[in-house]
Design a protein around this ligand. Structure first.
Ligand SMILES: Cc1cc2nc3c(=O)[nH]c(=O)nc-3n(C[C@H](O)[C@H](O)[C@H](O)COP(=O)(O)O)c2cc1C
Length: 385
């Protein structure tokens, strides 16, 4: 049985949790390891697991250390996942259900679940599920709306082929319109759209703060337009791959474009990037830990992973090479606690409003991060508590 968080209650009466965390100079999230192998197709030794107890412990420790959010990605792969000896990502827990399990165990962290809204979902159903988890968590549930980028997933859900890219975002927009109406309006909803219909639909109880937190992770023109209209937070990638120097050169323009598009619709969209953090007492040790991940790679899994992601999510991952995929995530921050915080400052200066970190060996790495990095983030003015 997973234990309950011992963190003090950081909620502010009348303030939606998403607005509370936006007050941080740099928001801090944790990318949960819901898939076996998490982000790294490597067999270097580690204790990371994909089961609920392990993920709950990661989320609870992150909350106790003061993280703002935890996030789970969603994927649909056939038997053995990306394959190789390790059957990379062959096991994958569903983020929506995991976040609902985390709701009563935590107090402060936003619980963000990815949902592929075009795979067998109707907006009335997701509006109901979302409002329920939002209530269970005191307004802390967030929905990462994704439209899918793998042809195999569309086929898994009975569609003969992928829906065209920009049309997927048109569908997501209509889907979101219906959910937002169900969350905010106090009358039965009858809706006849291009893609969805509903007659006398109603959701009660509503989300605690009028709507659930909306998130998106697109990078294309259509993805950014969608995010600008609907999302509170947008998960971004580095347009220049995993090297943080190059990322920090490319990110200001990318962040500017997203925020300007948001302002066009009168909205302030916040961006969060997900660095893979490898932090040790010395730079030499951190580099050695990174090299061990690469040296112990599962070459078959790494090939399949890189080909699949780069083949589909072109707008987000075009500059990430195969070797970068062995470590995983995007933007690799490797070094001492001081060096990691220095990169966080640079990412903030490049226009990122938050970082959502992933690790290789989650529980010990979270612990080390809490002791070594978080106090320096506070000293650097990146965190207020
Ligand atoms: C941090 C992050 C998390 C993502 N999580 C998922 C996910 O869980 N499932 C998924 O199918 N796509 C996921 N994506 C991919 C995006 O939804 C999107 O398809 C991709 O970035 C390509 O952008 P585009 O749709 O604008 O072309 C994620 C992207 C990022 C940057």
């Amino acid at each position: 049985m997973a234990r309950m968080s011992t963190a003090p209650d950081r909620n502010i009466p009348g303030v939606a949790p998403v607005d509370r965390i936006k007050r941080q100079p740099l928001m801090l999230g944790l990318f949960l390891p819901l898939q076996s192998g998490a982000w790294s197709p490597s067999m270097a030794p580690r204790g990371t697991r994909a089961d609920f107890e392990y993920n709950a412990e990661c989320a609870i420790r992150a909350e106790e250390l003061g993280f703002d959010l935890v996030f789970g990605l969603a994927q649909w792969l056939g038997k053995g996942g990306y394959g190789g000896k390790m059957k990379f990502r062959g096991e994958a827990m569903d983020p929506l259900l995991v976040t609902s399990g985390l709701a009563p165990l935590t107090k402060n962290v936003l619980l963000i679940s990815t949902v592929h809204v075009l795979y067998a979902w109707h907006p009335v159903l997701l509006a109901k599920f979302g409002a329920t988890i939002d209530r269970m968590s005191g307004g802390r549930w967030g929905l990462n709306v994704v439209t899918g980028y793998k042809p195999s997933e569309f086929k898994m859900f009975g569609m003969p082929e992928m829906i065209e890219h920009d049309r997927r975002y048109d569908m997501a927009a209509e889907f979101s319109d219906i959910m937002l109406k169900l969350w905010s309006e106090d009358e039965n909803l009858t809706f006849e759209g291009h893609f969805y219909k509903a007659e006398n639909a109603f959701v009660d109880p509503k989300p605690v703060y009028g709507k659930c937190t909306m998130v998106n992770a697109g990078s294309s023109g259509a993805g950014i337009e969608y995010a600008a209209k609907y999302s509170d937070l947008i998960f971004i990638t580095s347009p220049a791959g995993a090297d943080p120097r190059r990322a920090c050169e490319a990110l200001p323009a990318h962040n500017k474009k997203i925020k300007e598009t948001g302002r066009k619709y009168g909205r302030e969209v916040k961006t969060i990037i997900n660095p893979h953090v490898i932090c040790r007492d010395t730079e030499k040790e951190a580099q050695a830990a990174k090299q061990a991940i690469i040296d112990h790679q599962d070459p078959v899994a790494a090939d399949n992973f890189a080909t699949s992601i780069m083949g589909g999510g072109k707008a987000s991952w075009s500059a990430t090479t195969r070797d970068m995929w062995v470590v995983g995530g995007n933007v690799h921050l490797v070094g001492t606690p001081e060096q990691i915080v220095d990169w966080f400052v640079k990412l903030k200066n490049a226009g990122c409003d938050g970082v959502q970190v992933n690790f290789y060996d989650f529980l010990p790495d979270i612990e080390y991060f809490g002791k070594g990095v978080l106090p320096l983030m506070k000293q650097a003015g990146l965190r207020t508590e």
